[in-house]
Design a protein around this ligand. Sequence first.
Ligand code: G1P
Ligand code: ZN
Length: 562
Amino acid sequence: MTLTGVTKATKPYEGQKPGTSGLRKAVKVFQQENYTENFVQCILSAMEGALHGCTLVVGGDGRFFGKEAVAIIIKMCAANGVRKLLVGQNGILSTPCVSCIIRKYKTAGGIVLTASHNPGGPNADFGIKFNISNGGPAPDGVTNKIYGLSQSISEYKICPDLQCDISKIGTQEYVVDGNPFTVEIVDSVKDYVEYMKEIFDFGAIKDLLHGAGGQPPLKVLINSMHGVTGPYVRRIFLEELGASEDCVVNIVPLEDFGGHHPDPNLTYAADLVNALKAGDYGFGAAFDGDGDRNMILGHKAFFVTPSDSVAVIADNTDCIPYFKKNGVKGLARSMPTGCSIDRVAAKKNVEVFEVPTGWKYFGNLMDAGRLSICGEESFGTGSDHIREKDGIWAVLAWLSILGVKKTTVEKALHNHWQTYGRNFFTRYDYENCEADPCNAMMAELDALSNDPSMIGKELSHGSKTYKVAKVDNFEYKDPIDGAVAKKQGVRILMSDGSRVVFRLSGTGSSGATVRLYIESYESDPSTYAKDAQEMLKPLVEIALQLSKLRERTGRQEPTVIT
Ligand code: G1P
Ligand code: ZN
């Protein structure tokens, strides 16, 4: 079929600035005339010389407006000189799977259609994220370029007559302006599942689930929250590992995630928590909309903080064939993440990195061969097997550990604390506040970093007193390319190693979301079993008073506590 690309005139839209993880806005914003087209053109134009003749991956979490966006992207790539697209069947690819496919087929990058854990549907959110050829989210240099282009865009290229059926696996060939253009519709899960089978010992996990060598079977409950992981869970847990149907729930992806927040935390995955509390399951897990986040629970809903989860995985790499083969080069966490993994790095004598919030900051370190395992407190866990965090990978890692070490989730954690001490951690989220007072609060907190009277100051609540050792607004210089990221969150560091961190979310689609992170370290074994909220209460209160957060936001309670 011979087709022609056309150039259409357009005008810039304000605010097409990618946040922590791509451009996220209300669906209605993306549906405005040329809004999506503008942003896609800026992504393609930012590729400059690498665009012509390249191959790109396209897919997303199946949320509302995803199929429309895929159709636009196909038509625009055709007119912009792209040679080939690998598109997930029905537009479905989890974020980790996009990363996997980009790397496996060595494509120039990929476009991920997701707003991650934000709700979906006509009145909720959509998102577009660009990943580069290493499979990871575009770094700041690229997203800044995309944003710059969006401010002056005057035209875009599209091939309006191109029709492509994305529901059938197979290859469709076109000729656009005399050049060949191929769209290959790929199985949404195949490449990813094959890769997981290389990384993990599926036989050992199967033994764990079914019982072997005198061990009783482990009953698991996996909740896909109607996000994109459904088909992956079906293939891996039901078909490959032979788990029974009652071990998986919400595995049919829905465009609106059933009307819920597809965010695996104690608030939004409350049904998983309640199901585990009943005591019938020994292990529970949930994933977010696009499959990069995970929450791990043990028997009776014993909660594993994501900061501890990645530390336990890093401490038990001998249970995972991928690491036995490749070794562990270094470890990392985002700045607000609890510091448990630092202690593992110290013991194993490997480098540890503290990067700003956002998975894109891990990519360079992995590419340079200096980072193997990393995590974020926001339920992100992953390794250098791809360049995105990976929810299913985290669950398979945990199951590998439980199988090899013949232990339970709770025992694994207690064992970890006995060795390293416990980093108590909590995060308070104040979602969708008014932006101006939050910005003012952050400015005031930022000013504290230049206030010499803060150093040595004693802050008390009840019988607890903390002494301020340092206040700063976190700044990071990438050790590989020297890029500097400034003002990544105000940190108040106490003399006993406890920390308070404030930052504004970069993923919200409107208003401001304040995140308050609190951490303290204990090496007294009698505290290990204590409730984190109880332990951290005085420091939380100190942070709230210091920042006047309640007065500023008008919120007495956070929206979500993790
Ligand atoms: C949040 C998390 C961050 C994560 C990002 C994408 O970003 O805090 O760790 O990388 O989502 O999943 P934030 O909204 O805080 O900018
Ligand atoms: Zn996500």
